[in-house]
Each structure stands twice: as structure tokens, then as C-alpha cells.
Design a protein around this ligand. Structure first.
Ligand SMILES: C[S@@+](CC[C@H](N)C(=O)[O-])C[C@H]1O[C@@H](n2cnc3c(N)ncnc32)[C@H](O)[C@@H]1O
Length: 256
């Protein structure tokens, strides 16, 4: 595998990331993201799935056996871990914001908590449109772009009404935000990128994708303590994740 230095790669955070994701996935993977993504994808035997920004390949380990899988990521150490967990799967090192290497046509694609870590992701969808079969489906899972903007959103508590609120300081401006992983120990910096929802919808539209569905997924955690009631209510009002199911119409593919 070719080693590439790139600012958005999670190569330097790979050991820490693998330690929190492991074989099955972290709490939100197993409780929210993976079951709901599988439901949206609606995979069948002989389907072929592309996982964009696959990390250490957690999604590959939750697929029905008859589904073929290709994972792509820029970070070699994460792909190395992925290969150790699932030697029978295909993993390709690539910067998906640049032209892609040749891959077989896929019926489905996912991009789980990774699009928000890519700078200038315009190319991702024009390249995806070339390798997704006509009528194919792609499911994109993001930290909710309206409510979870690193450094620009936070919880607040109103003493008078005893209500928990979500405070948003900016939304429409694009942001490049450094994220410290593994805080306090041997910390590393990765990057998070914020774009408003309309930016993403223009990207999808430009590459010929149609939005089938948008879902918003909340945290199933429950608080305890004096402000638990307010926190639990707010948790059910402000979703953590947004999932966008995209469809590539067969007609569009034939015209091109
Ligand atoms: C938060 S991790 C998510 C990984 C995996 N999807 C999961 O849910 O565990 C984000 C991933 O995006 C990858 N990434 C960032 N920029 C990339 C790029 N330009 N091309 C390919 N992968 C990229 C990182 O290396 C990292 O593995």
C-alpha cells in the first residue's frame, strides 16, 4: 500500500481510533448507525457495496455474507487493521477527493462519519456516480450538520424554565476545525469540516444524485441527576446524526 501524507488522513490517530471502534464498533455505531444504515441500504445477495472513508472497516463486519465489499480510505494504518479483521474483503488506499482508481461497478455505497472529515469533497460524488450502477443507492451518515458543528454549537440550560437548549453560533459559513483525538494522552489532531445542508444537496444534484430520504437519528442515552428530565427531553429533540439516502437514476446514467 502506498504511503501518503495528507492532512485529513486519520493515519496518526489510527491506534486510538481502532481502540475505540474495535471489532464491532463504538456505542453509536452499534446502537444507532450500523442497524439504521443497513435498513436504509436494503442489501440483497450478490449486491456489491463500496464503503467510502471506511476507516478500520467496521461496517464490513456487519454485512450479510453474500454481499461483496470494497473499502476505500486514505489512511494506510487503518486499512492495515481492516485487513487484519477481514482478510477476505477488498481495501483500497485512495484519497477520495481526487480521481479514483479503477474499481468494479457497485450496487450500493456508504460514507459513514467520513464526509465531514474531507476537505473539498466535490469530487467524491462525481467519482461515485461513475462507479455506482444505474439505479444504485448511496447512504451518507453525517454528524448532524445543523446541530453538531464543532466549536459552533453547544448545550445550554435555562434555569428559569428548567429547559435544556441547543445553542448554534454559526451555521451558513463553511468551517475547517481542528479536532484533538485521544485528549490528555498522546493526542493527535484531525480535521472536521462544516458545510451547511444546502452545500451538500448542491453536490449531490451536480453529480446526478436524487435524494430519496433524509433521516435524523437521536442518541438513545439517558441522563441521571438533577437536570436529567430536561436533558432527556432535549436529546429527543436534537438529533446527533443525519442520514441521507441517495439514488442514481438509471435515465441520467444512460444520457451521459
Ligand atoms: C471518523 S473516521 C470514520 C471511519 C469509518 N467510516 C467509521 O465509521 O469508523 C473518518 C475517516 O475518513 C478518512 N478520510 C479523511 N479524508 C479522506 C480522504 N480525502 N480520502 C479518503 N479517506 C479519507 C480518514 O482517514 C478516516 O478513516
Amino acid at each position: 500500500m502506498k504511503k501518503t501524507a495528507h492532512t485529513t488522513s486519520w493515519a496518526s490517530a489510527s491506534q486510538w481510533y481502532d481502540s475505540i471502534v474495535g471489532q464491532k464498533g463504538h456505542f453509536y455505531h452499534t446502537e444507532v448507525i450500523i442497524p439504521n444504515t443497513l435498513r436504509l441500504l436494503d442489501l440483497h445477495a450478490n449486491d456489491r457495496l463500496l464503503d467510502i472513508g471506511c476507516g478500520q472497516g467496521v461496517f464490513s463486519r456487519h454485512l450479510p455474507k453474500q454481499v461483496a465489499y470494497i473499502g476505500m480510505d486514505i489512511a494506510s494504518p487503518l486499512l492495515h487493521k481492516a485487513k487484519q479483521y477481514g482478510p477476505s474483503h477488498t481495501f483500497i488506499q485512495a484519497d477520495v477527493t481526487k480521481p479514483w482508481p479503477a474499481i468494479d461497478l457497485c450496487t450500493h455505497a456508504v460514507c459513514i462519519l467520513a464526509l465531514q472529515n474531507m476537505e473539498n469533497p466535490e469530487n467524491v460524488f462525481s467519482e461515485l456516480a461513475k462507479v455506482l450502477a444505474p439505479g444504485g443507492r448511496a447512504v451518507i451518515v453525517l454528524n448532524h450538520p445543523c446541530f453538531r458543528i464543532p466549536r459552533q454549537s453547544q448545550w445550554g440550560y435555562d434555569e428559569a424554565s428548567k429547559r435544556q437548549m441547543r445553542q448554534i453560533f454559526s451555521y451558513l459559513s463553511s468551517q475547517k476545525i481542528p479536532i484533538t483525538t485521544n485528549p490528555g494522552k498522546s493526542s493527535q489532531t484531525t480535521w472536521s469540516f462544516h458545510y451547511p445542508l444546502s452545500y451538500y444537496t448542491h453536490l449531490f444534484h451536480k453529480s446526478g444524485f436524487v435524494i430519496e430520504l433524509i433521516e435524523e437519528w437521536c442518541s438513545p442515552k439517558e441522563s441521571v441527576g438533577p437536570t436529567a428530565r430536561a436533558e432527556n427531553r432535549a436529546r429527543k429533540e436534537f438529533p446527533l446524526f443525519m442520514a441521507i439516502s441517495l439514488f442514481l437514476p438509471p435515465l441520467k446514467k444512460m444520457i451521459e
